[in-house]
Design a protein around this ligand. Structure first.
Ligand code: DAH
Length: 337
């Protein structure tokens, strides 16, 4: 029997070593280790051995089984590993993939700067819907029913009474409807107009609106606030002027000009040789507007202003076609980092 054990040990070792895949290996398991395998067979033969030799034989058989089992386990582990999908190996010296850092859109940069200045003067930031109703966009702002701004040509109507807001002024109404005086807000946002698209005008653009309502607010406060803004935004050396103007929702109304900062007032193509650039519209809130939001015009006064963002952004960064601000071509946007 000792001979048989040695024979099986050697044969099993050779066959296990030779198994080239898991299937081949399993054949050796069946042959040697399974319940009807060669080793089990030898255990069965123990009965035929004399009682004196039996313990030693039993011990030798146990050792055989253990050693074959452990050869089998080792081989199985190495075949399992080989059968796993090929592991990726990492080249730690390879330079990392470049990550592009985004940048704020130039329009956002301009709005952020305007916000910063007005927040510094005690204004809060308010917003409102871009899809508006006729009431907030026109009627409550004292536009007469036949006002040309309501013309189909300028306004994108969604239905008879629902439209894309043509300015940020309707948010004045919404703020006052929801809040008692004092009110001191700026309102940045997108506005829409049905205009022919060209290098100078686009169907959507941005405005920042301002509104201050309290007891005893005066026109000179309006001037002082806007001048403080303009000096911070355009530079402390600018000259300015207020020209009388007309808006349905303010009385009196004005437009503010500053010296053209491209030609310093000498006259150039951008300021159309006048030396002046118009930067905003403004005025004292019309009593009818106050009545529409249940404010008492005998008790409070206020000023409002509104400015377009695209033109000043274009002047600031030397952009000559408004459409580039809306195409979001990253080659263009990258320049404003
Ligand atoms: N809403 C005006 C426009 O789109 C701009 C404007 C003018 C706003 C005067 C105001 C203001 O608040 O007082 O042209």
């Amino acid at each position: 029997m000792i001979d048989q054990i040695e024979q099986i040990r050697r044969a099993a070792a050779t066959e296990i070593e030779a198994a080239s895949d898991l299937q081949a290996l399993d054949i050796t398991r069946v042959k040697y280790l399974a319940r009807k395998g060669a080793i089990a067979n030898l255990f069965d033969n123990l009965k035929t051995i004399s009682a004196t030799d039996r313990p030693a034989m039993g011990k030798a058989l146990n050792e055989l089984r253990q050693s074959v089992q452990s050869l089998f386990d080792q081989k199985k582990a190495s075949l399992d590993l080989a059968a796993m999908p090929q592991q990726t190996s990492y080249d730690l010296t390879l330079p990392g993939r470049m990550r592009w850092i985004g940048s704020k859109h130039p329009i956002t940069q301009t709005i952020d700067e305007i916000k910063r200045i007005f927040i510094g003067m005690g204004f809060q930031v308010a917003t409102g819907p871009e899809i508006e109703d006729d009431y907030h966009n026109f009627e409550a702002l004292n536009f007469p029913p036949d006002h040309p701004a309501r013309d189909m040509q300028d306004t994108f109507f969604i239905t008879d009474k629902i439209l894309l807001r043509t300015h940020t002024s309707p948010v004045q109404i919404r703020v006052m409807e929801n809040q008692k005086p004092p009110v001191r807000v700026i309102i940045p946002g997108r506005v829409y107009r049905n205009e022919a698209i060209s290098a100078r005008s686009y169907c959507l653009f941005h405005q920042v609106e301002g509104l201050y309502v309290d007891k005893g607010v005066t026109f000179s406060e309006l001037k002082g606030t806007l001048l403080t803004f303009a000096r911070q935004f355009y530079g402390s050396s600018i000259k300015y002027r207020f020209r009388p103007s007309f808006f349905p929702f303010t009385e009196p109304s004005a437009e503010m000009d500053i010296t053209c900062y491209l030609c310093s007032g000498k006259g150039c193509r951008v300021c159309k040789q006048t030396g002046w650039l118009e930067i905003l519209g403004c005025g004292m809130v019309h009593p009818n507007v106050f009545k529409n939001v249940n404010y008492d015009p005998e008790e409070v006064t206020g000023y409002a202003f509104g400015m377009g963002i695209e033109r000043i952004t274009m002047l600031r960064y030397g952009v000559d076609d408004i459409r580039t601000l809306f195409e979001n071509d990253t080659r263009f946007l990258k320049q404003f980092r």
